[in-house]
Design a protein around this ligand. Structure first.
Ligand SMILES: C[S@@+](CC[C@H](N)C(=O)[O-])C[C@H]1O[C@@H](n2cnc3c(N)ncnc32)[C@H](O)[C@@H]1O
Length: 230
């Protein structure tokens, strides 16, 4: 079993993917570990100070190259992305910002506009295990932000699998569900309309999770990406 950071590091190393974008960075737990000279961090509220940045740069000198955008991902894609990605495409991206269907969908669609043909998008938190973990942000906040909150990114996966003919989407069964998006023909598609997706409840997801997420055992990543190890 592996987590998002191990998968990203293996993909970068073994598939020669360099340019990294992380949407939703929090304290940089994942971001600061990544070794790349083109690393973009987006978060309206970074949870680290200068001291942590310096410490993380001593541990991983690639952090000298980091570009930070303290804003929402929507604003980043409107204001900065066209210039920033005019020469370089995104090769690997972790989407881990606002964990709600519409937000994560915009993040995925915006990222796809700048993704290289061999690029990989990883969406975190696609496979919630309880109704509470899959609730809305408001519900989670009103419960005092206690426990795991994955949100309804599972609907984003479902949406992409219903509406896009140009990408392949599956979810690895590890680290709260790692949604994997790559360019190319879909392995298979689903057939729900927008209204249906919006109305689906956690109970529907729980009954259909394997099919809707195109859920694969974590080890599937070795075969799919032709990785020697993780
Ligand atoms: C789960 S944390 C990210 C964890 C981090 N990726 C990691 O692997 O350790 C989610 C982050 O998304 C940020 N966020 C919330 N809304 C956002 C938005 N609209 N755009 C970008 N980031 C957002 C939050 O401020 C928070 O820091």
């Amino acid at each position: 079993m592996f987590n998002r950071v191990q998968l990203i590091q293996s993909l970068m190393k073994q598939k020669n993917l360099e340019n990294y974008l992380e949407i939703g960075v929090f304290n940089g737990h994942a971001f600061f570990k990544i070794k790349s000279k083109f690393k973009i961090a987006i978060d309206p509220e970074f949870r680290f100070d200068l001291l942590r940045k310096v410490g993380k740069t001593i541990l991983n000198p690639y952090n000298l190259y980091n570009k930070y955008f303290q804003k929402t991902s929507d604003d980043f894609f409107k204001e900065d992305a066209p210039d920033l990605f005019s020469q370089k495409k995104i090769q690997i991206s972790l989407i881990d910002g606002m964990h709600e269907y519409d937000f994560a969908l915009r993040d995925a669609e915006n990222t796809l506009n700048y993704l290289s043909n061999d690029g990989v998008i990883i969406l975190h938190d696609c496979n919630p295990q309880t109704k509470v973990a899959a609730g809305t942000f408001e519900e989670w906040e009103s419960n005092g932000n206690i426990g795991t909150w994955n949100g309804d990114i599972w609907k984003t996966i479902l949406h992409l699998r219903c509406f896009r003919d140009d990408i392949n989407v599956f979810t690895l069964d590890c680290d709260h569900g790692l949604g994997i998006v790559t360019k190319g023909k879909p392995e298979n598609k689903l057939n729900y309309n927008l209204e249906e997706i919006h109305q689906l409840k956690y109970e529907d997801f729980n009954t259909n999770r394997k099919q809707w997420l195109n859920l694969k055992p974590a080890e599937y990543a070795y075969d799919f990406f032709n990785l020697m190890h993780l």
